[in-house]
Design a protein around this ligand. Structure first.
Ligand code: 4NP
Length: 143
């Protein structure tokens, strides 16, 4: 799960997908295209919205996406098109590039990108949660 800062959207996406999969079979992680918040926990608003839905993401720590992640992961789910461009620029092969998908491509809703809620106040986080939960439910049925 990849977003820009790895403190708002992708930690939520990680927590939501982890809550749905068998952790002994599927490894879920998240990262940011930038390392500004490296080592920090998720934004308190993401922690709160996850907690409201009975998911604990407080122990996650932000990290920056690295080229070796292409070797570690089968699927790299990005939140928006800018994330896609940033991650695709690090791909060293066509098979790396094909691992990158916009997470909402898995969802039937009309949004193609998960909006960045960082500057949004609190309401944006519940909306992001709903978008991600719907997409993760479909991803679960495909992996
Ligand atoms: P995220 O949100 O990419 O969903 O984690 C952001 C977090 C931090 C910043 C921007 C977006 N920032 O500018 O620090």
């Amino acid at each position: 799960m990849v977003c820009l800062g790895n403190i708002c959207r992708s930690p939520l996406a990680e927590g939501i997908l982890k809550s749905k999969v068998d952790g002994s079979k599927v490894f879920v992680d998240s990262a940011g295209t930038e390392g500004w918040h490296q080592g920090n926990p998720p934004d308190q608003r993401s922690i709160d919205v996850a907690k409201y839905h009975h998911i604990d993401i407080a122990n996650q720590r932000s990290r920056k996406f690295k080229a070796s992640d292409f070797n570690e992961f089968d699927l790299i789910l990005v939140m928006d098109k800018t994330n896609y461009i940033d991650i695709a620029s690090k791909a060293e092969s066509e098979s790396d590039r094909q691992k990158i998908k916009l997470i909402l491509d898995f969802s039937p809703n009309t949004y193609s990108e998960v909006p960045d809620p960082y500057y949004d106040g609190k309401n944006g986080f519940e909306f992001v949660y709903q978008l991600l939960d719907e997409a993760c439910e479909i991803i679960l049925s495909k992996i």
